[in-house]
Design a binder for this molecule. Structure first.
Ligand code: SF4
Ligand code: SF4
Length: 189
């Protein structure tokens, strides 16, 4: 049987109106952002930050360069100096171009000491390109701003402890856990 175009149009119209009617009495799924906030998922990758050791107040980075090597966008540049006596590396500068980042999270996964993180902070923007080039000072500031709003006592990034990887295959610091105690972190500005 061949259906007339008028019938098909009418049928679609009624179907559409019924869907509208049904949805009209349901609870809204939209959120009135920015007046209402949503809880982001623990796996969300937002603004980059450099974790500060709550005991020493210094960035956790040990300048191993793993993040810079693994980064597919080549957006991480690290400068360091080597202590002549101990041979230890000391981080001098860490620059991350957020506009080139593809938020893959490889940098935070590979970091053996849980230093660089993509925090759950999603409300950020910049007026110019330079605003989204984070140097060490800005990354540390990002971390302090993040923990200032963190309502739990501890912070642990989901990608620091990857599921499915046997414990013995994880680097030593990861076996010990990289949880950051938030209490005691001084936030200046
Ligand atoms: S998340 Fe961004 S900075 Fe980190 S490795 Fe991926 S592209 Fe590079
Ligand atoms: S992987 Fe971690 S410790 Fe190594 S350079 Fe990157 S942020 Fe620093």
């Amino acid at each position: 049987m061949r259906l007339s175009p008028t019938y098909l149009l009418f049928k679609d119209l009624v179907t559409g109106l019924l869907i509208t009617l049904r949805t009209f009495f349901r609870k809204p799924v939209t959120v009135r952002y920015p007046h209402e906030k949503v809880q982001v998922f623990p796996s969300f990758r937002g603004r980059h930050a450099m974790v500060v050791d709550p005991e020493t107040g210094k960035p956790r980075c040990v300048a191993c360069l793993k993040c810079s090597v693994v980064c597919p966008s080549r957006c991480i540049k690290i400068e360091y100096e080597v202590d002549e006596k101990t041979g230890e590396r000391r981080l001098r500068e860490y620059i991350l171009e957020a506009l080139r980042c593809v938020y893959c999270g490889y940098c935070e996964e590979v970091c053996p000491v849980g230093a660089i993180v993509l925090t759950e902070w999603f409300e950020y923007s910049g007026r110019c390109r330079e605003d989204l080039i984070f140097n060490l000072e800005k990354l540390v500031q990002n971390w302090k701003e993040h923990v200032a709003k963190w309502d739990k006592e501890f912070y642990e990034n989901k990608y620091w402890v990857l599921k499915g990887v046997p414990l013995k295959l994880k680097p030593a610091p990861r076996r010990m856990g990289l949880v950051v105690k938030i209490k005691g972190v001084k936030v200046d500005g």
